[in-house]
Write a protein that binds this ligand. Structure first.
Ligand code: ZN
Ligand code: ZN
Ligand code: ZN
Length: 323
């Protein structure tokens, strides 16, 4: 009897392992950058915050961006095309090498790009300008799917040099709609959520990524949690990981400039909101999109320690989240 059960189990496992419905490797998200739009160090900054990074290249950080990878199909998507696109594509290659001819999106040139699609959160410089590398002067990609909300897409379509990417079919629009999930493939879907932000050129979204095993919330930019009709605590409770706007650590971080002009939830404010929550919820929170002035960029500093004491953490480049 025992032998018969073992044989049955063996046959089931064998079928499970090799059946296409049970891929051996789960999808994952990977951090490609953790800095605010202008990166770290910051153009023209001669202050203490950037001194270390100017002197020591290992302390430099790329602009906030997230990859989504399905190892079973070798598909790779990127959320936000940043000014660091070139290096981030290389990092993605290290994280999960593309398969020539499989990861492309339509023709041999697109295969060089090795990206299945790009999702854009909004039209601030750190989040879309990396698209220039898809154009004629660079990769000359073919029909790369770009997922964007209506205003974002209209902005690209009607303003050079982005409009040329559209007319030359370097990119191919995949429209997004507030709250409506879109399948990236059979196992992974994304749902855009409109968030309050300085929407000069486009609306701004956060994204929920749903994999077969877990979900991840990605909100690199939002003005203040109180301005949003959704309670961030409720959303964190619903997902497995929450990568949240950690632009500034606390008020007064930029001397001589009113921080109300560039509102973000201070990390200290987010920590205050999540403090009453169970540790299993607090540990879902990972901060991303750090400004060059943010003391939490220093991994050994007090700000970082304060975040970890509160049960959360700062994202690291190359870090993976199983989906
Ligand atoms: Zn930003
Ligand atoms: Zn600086
Ligand atoms: Zn922004």
């Amino acid at each position: 009897m025992a032998r018969r059960i073992s044989l049955g189990l063996f046959l089931f496992l064998t079928a499970a392992l090799f059946h296409p419905a049970y891929p051996r490797q789960a999808p994952f998200a990977a951090i490609l950058g953790i800095a605010q739009d202008a990166g770290y160090p910051h153009a023209g900054c001669r202050k203490e915050c950037c001194l270390m990074a100017w002197k020591n290249p290992s302390r430099r950080r790329m602009v906030s961006s997230l990859a989504i990878v399905d190892p079973a199909t070798h598909e790779r998507w990127i959320i936000d095309a940043t000014p660091d696109f070139t290096s981030q594509l290389k990092l993605l290659e290290v994280i999960h090498p593309s398969r020539s001819g499989q990861a492309g999106t339509g023709g041999s040139i697109a295969s060089t790009l090795g990206v299945t699609g790009i999702v854009l959160t909004h039209a601030h410089i750190g989040h879309y300008t990396g698209l220039i590398f898809l154009g004629r002067e660079a990769i000359g990609a073919m029909n790369v799917p770009v997922y964007a909300m209506p205003r974002m897409w209209e902005f690209l379509r009607t303003n050079g040099p982005w409009s040329q990417l559209v007319t030359l079919n370097n990119i191919d629009l995949r429209p997004l709609e507030q709250g409506v999930s879109v399948k990236l493939n059979e196992r992974i879907s994304i749902t855009p959520l409109l968030v309050p932000h300085r929407d000069e050129y486009s609306e701004t979204i956060g994204v929920i990524i749903q994999g077969p095993n877990a979900s991840l919330l990605f909100i690199p930019d939002i003005d203040k949690w109180e301005k949003w009709e959704t309670r961030i605590e409720d959303l964190i409770a619903r997902v497995d990981y929450a990568l949240l706007d950690g632009t500034f650590f606390e008020d007064g971080e930029i001397p001589g400039r009113s921080m109300s002009e560039i509102p973000h939830p201070f990390i200290t404010e987010t920590l205050r909101r999540i403090t009453p929550l169970p540790s299993s919820t607090r540990k879902k929170v990972t901060f991303i999109h750090l400004n060059h002035t943010n003391p939490a960029l220093n991994e050994e500093g007090n700000a970082n320690r304060q975040i970890e004491t509160a049960g959360s953490r700062v994202a690291r480049e190359g870090e993976k989240f199983g989906l």
